[in-house]
Design a protein around this ligand. Sequence first.
Ligand SMILES: [Mn+2]
Length: 311
Amino acid sequence: MKGVNYQRLNNRKKHFCNLQNVKLTLLILIPSLTLCVLFLGSSFSFNTHNFDPLNVNYTLINKLEPPLSQKNLIFIGDVHGSYDELLMLINKINYDPLKDHLIFVGDLIAKGPKSTEVVQLIRSLGASCVRGNHDDKVLQFKNILDFLDSQKIPLDEFIKKHDISKDIVNSEHGLLAKELDMELYNFLLSCPIILDIPEYDLYVVHAGLLPDVPLFEQDPSDIMTMRNIMKNGKPTSQKDEGHAWSKYWNAAQEKSSSPKTVIYGHDAARGLKIKPYSFGLDSRCVHGGELSALIWNDREIISVKCKNYVD
Ligand SMILES: [Mn+2]
């Protein structure tokens, strides 16, 4: 009887050992399989369902460093496709590619007549830039068109699914997106939201910055659109709510031990706006105003008259 019992015990032990092996194998297999499925699933869905073509890539901050930052820096306001005026301005400032470096405050395109020519010229001059709200709209549209093209999805189907107005296809930004070739698209895409120039404690943005929020925590869309800061401390693109963001920025820098100056555009209504720690360069060129350049070393403004392309 004992022998039988022992045998049973041994069998049970064997059985137990086998069970442990199976459990161990499962313990290793299940997580690995789950990981595999998750990985395959995510790479699959990235190409199809989860990919959000409405979210175009951006670089939040780029640094302008030597030797470029040691050149004579010249900042230029919102061009908005005013190609002829840009050529005139480049001529008027006696631009010398060996000595000068041009930096654009965004909104290179839209509204004016020759957007693609402007991007082509700025790219060929090796200039720096930041992204404006109009540049961003066109980049988003181009991103959608390329995505649909690569996935063979008809535009109509996409518009329906995402509840986008059909007008956008034939909007100015939609048409510009179709005009942009990959080279120009990639150039516009490379313009960061913030250009940091440590050499002079300068930030270049299209619209504005909040004085009390670290750069990495600020919303790129606000940086490209803000005009004012409201009573609750939030930024707004509205002209009649709160006060100019630059007012708060300057007040904060005056108290700071390491003040920073912002060079920006976007606010055509306020026009050329020079304060100790902020330089607003949108002088309404595309509305028949002027296109302005700021020669940083001399703090000198040079402008040319523009045709009215919009009103
Ligand atoms: Mn703008």
